[in-house]
Design a protein around this ligand. Structure first.
Ligand code: MLT
Length: 402
């Protein structure tokens, strides 16, 4: 086969996907340390089992699949009405946000949706992304050839970066250059910080004035503890004419292995909504029935209560991480409205070097900040999704050995 047929944009990607790189490093360490007792606070993967209401709904749905009259084949590509309506009730109506179930597109993950949405835009669309942020936004645009080339400072030449750092209180400024697509993530992965209402309003106004589209990733919104902070971009006046929102059951309900999420495109964005619908109908056959019944179950009164209990458990772990690291004299951000703690590395050590040192001295794994963008250099992300008791052991090791 000739290489000239290949999408050479892939050659522009730096190394492997961040979490694959981390997994490889752990495997290498295990290869040389047979008895290693590694505590993984790296990838944000959940560890608490599915709630009983979800399990009950899944069992019932499986039984329905065994009976001719209730068996289901292909479902609607956009998701069954029962789950789209439950999402609107539980996530939007409950917060005083008007939303039409037809604006909800159920999918098998926000990762796929945030990576795929850029297909709706032309090759020369200019993008802005927060720095640091979840690497999928950038990587998917690199693959599509929209980013230019990687510069010595770690930035891609054609991308506008929205620095979100301690210096600006993690509230990025508007893009300095004209852009048509703006990615925002709140609570932010990796910093665990939340965009204020004022910041979001500023971006919504900018988008409406310039015709830009905001791609708002709210995968961690259920961890926001302060009810006055915005959970959804659609709480912001004017957002319906400029924003698309991504939400996931992965972190809300422990569905990282089950796979279910949704994307919200308001009917005010009718062209984009029609295009996404066309894309999904062509490339996607919907989420399986059992999973959609499972997702619906978190919105029953009992399901909601149980879900909040699991979220509280993770937030208790986040609190312990924050408290222990602070007590040990470290500077940390996040962890109050998100399951991620953003740990400042002292003394100018590079975040990948710190990863190696933490693994070697404490057998604790986290995620190097620079993997999320150049502004992440000098920081390290710990997840609160790990087992509570094991996380406490990790912190003890950090205090004693690092
Ligand atoms: C993370 O650790 O950032 C997430 O688990 C990645 C994801 O949600 O895909």
């Amino acid at each position: 086969m000739s290489n000239s047929y290949l999408n050479t944009n892939y050659d522009l990607l730096p190394g492997s996907y961040l979490f694959s790189t981390i997994a490889k490093k752990i495997k290498e360490y295990q290869g040389t340390h047979e008895n290693a007792d590694i505590i993984r606070l790296g990838i944000g993967d959940v560890t608490t089992p599915l709630i009983p209401e979800v399990i009950k709904a899944m069992h019932k749905a499986v039984d329905e699949m065994a009976v001719k009259d209730t068996f289901r084949g292909y479902g609607p590509e956009q998701g069954y009405d029962f789950v789209r309506e439950a999402i609107v009730r539980g996530e939007y109506t409950a917060r005083g946000i008007e939303m039409d179930p037809d604006d909800i597109f159920v999918s098998d993950g926000s990762k796929c949706d945030v990576a795929n949405i850029q297909e709706l835009f032309s090759g020369d669309t200019r993008i802005a992304i927060p720095d640091p942020v979840y690497p999928v936004y950038l990587d998917s645009n690199v693959m599509a050839g929209r980013t230019g080339t990687l510069q010595a400072d770690g930035h891609f030449s054609e991308v506008t970066y929205l620095a979100s750092t301690a210096e600006n209180n993690f509230q990025p400024d508007l893009p300095k250059n004209p852009v048509q697509l703006i990615y925002l993530c709140s609570p932010n992965n990796p910093t665990g910080t939340v965009l204020s209402r004022e910041t979001l309003q500023k971006f919504v106004n900018y988008a409406n004035e310039t015709g830009a589209i905001i791609l708002f990733d709210g995968a961690y919104n259920c961890y926001i503890q302060d009810e006055t902070l915005p959970h959804s971009i659609f709480e912001i006046p004017g957002a319906r004419t400029c924003a698309i929102e991504f939400r996931s059951f992965s972190k809300t309900a422990g569905f990282t292995g089950v796979r279910c999420a949704y994307t919200v495109i308001p009917h005010e964005l009718s062209k984009l909504r029609a295009m996404w619908n066309r894309r999904q109908c062509t490339k996607f056959n919907g989420v399986n029935y059992v999973t959609q019944r499972a997702a619906e179950a978190i919105y029953t009164p009992e399901g909601w209560k149980q879900t909040q209990g699991v979220i509280k458990g993770y937030m208790d772990t986040a609190k312990v991480i924050r408290q222990e690291l602070t007590a040990a004299g470290y500077t940390v951000f996040g962890g109050e409205h998100a399951p991620y703690i953003w740990w400042k590395i002292e003394g100018g050590e590079k975040s990948f070097d710190f990863f190696d040192r933490l693994l070697a001295t404490c057998e604790v794994v986290g995620t190097p900040g620079s993997g999320f963008g150049p502004c992440g250099e000098g920081y390290f992300r710990l997840t609160a999704f790990g087992d509570h008791e094991r996380t406490k052991i990790a912190l003890k090791r950090i205090k004693e050995k690092l």
